[in-house]
Design a protein around this ligand. Sequence first.
Ligand code: SDX
Length: 445
Amino acid sequence: MGSTLTRRKNKQEGEPMSETTASLKIGDKSFALPVRAATIGPSVIDVSKLYAQTGAFTFDPGFTSTASCESAITYIDGDNGTLLYRGYPIEQLAERGDFVETCYLLLYGELPTTAQLKEFDYRIRRHTMVHEQMARFLQGFRRDAHPMAVLVASVGALSAFYHDSTDISDPKQRMVASMRLIAKLPTLAAMAFKYNLGQPFVYPSNHLDYATNFLRMCFAVPTEEYKPNPVLANALDKIFILHADHEQNASTSTVRLAGSSGANPFACVAAGVACLWGPAHGGANEAALKMLEEIGTVENIPQFVERAKDKNDPFRLMGFGHRVYKNYDPRAKIMQKTCHEVLNAIGHINDPLLEVALELEKIALSDEYFIEKKLYPNIDFYSGITLKAMGFPTSMFTVLFAVARTAGWIAQWKEMIEDPSQKIGRPRQLYTGAALRNYVPIDKR
Ligand code: SDX
């Protein structure tokens, strides 16, 4: 079996046509597969008819070379460490925009005008409260329940409390559900945190911006006046922008696959929250901080780097490596800068964890193993130190990731639902089990 990417000549002057095809040879048969060009980045070989043409499937566990969909939302160039939301570089959005504007951009494809942003922001603020019964819903958990477990359950429960926005065939209901998810995730996240602490829930305050409102719901107590810290609120808003979307990562693919069956958006986002929890994905920020605490001092770094390189040791440097980035994750650079801003703001610039992180990064980036495997810090490497400095326990780190990524999940879900060619996702397999055989009665086994 061989394959070559050929340009089909057009009929007149022999110039290559814009359309290209890939030819696949199986035995003495050749098959032409259409190739579709991207705006930027890799083209795709359309294999949707391959099984009908050849009787064979493609095989790509982990989807290392497979495009699962067409999307216009986010683009990553892993070799150059580039990340664009609707064509805008993440560095510019993080430095000059805010998270609610980024939500609008991801959902609707363009930066909003002043009037559009004002109306969108107003709609978000009008949906921040959750049904009062949700407070009783949380009472069913033990106080020491992991906040991600509480979040998975409470996001799924939104489909019970907001059944009036679950008809995905109705564009208005889709829009309301999207607003509700972006607006209510911070409220549910803060409730999960307060429940853990044994403190009373704090209602959202609609006169506050998104990040300040969330910090207040997490850290305000009835006994004292809450004084917002604009440096921390600005840093958190930036962290939300960095985490908002990231092409077809594991949790976004989960949301799309769940949505492809027609499940309601609350259930789809709950599935995304569940997938994000894994330590290889969104759970890496919690794991990275625990790793830095385990390393403890700069002197201990070499032994942990050796363990990360040892094939027989399951230990990995959490917050390092990425399926797509084979260069520095651009978000990690901004995250490192934000980390310094936060530590400065709280007067904690000599955080020993930051010292270990900076030295670990330096050692790893000069080590042949990491260079050869193109393992660089990813967004999770510095986010844990930053969030800990803001007063969040490690158990809340992935919860904050989920709050931010809800914007991307719901934008990707919307794009899929509105795609006229959309159909239920149903992968096939390479079957290597037993061939047909007959049942054997138990006394004959
Ligand atoms: C996120 O997909 C996304 O976009 C995710 C995300 C998003 O915004 O949605 O960016 C968020 O999930 C960031 C990644 C967070 N995860 C971690 O930091 C966990 C630590 N990293 C690894 O587990 C790993 O790098 C992955 C899971 C992130 C990527 O794994 P891949 O692409 O499947 O690569 P791999 O596991 O096959 O690793 C390639 C090689 C292997 O060595 P060989 O088998 O080829 O000899 O690199 C090694 C791995 O052993 N390797 C590491 C390593 N990561 C990979 N070795 C030591 N430490 C590491 N961290």
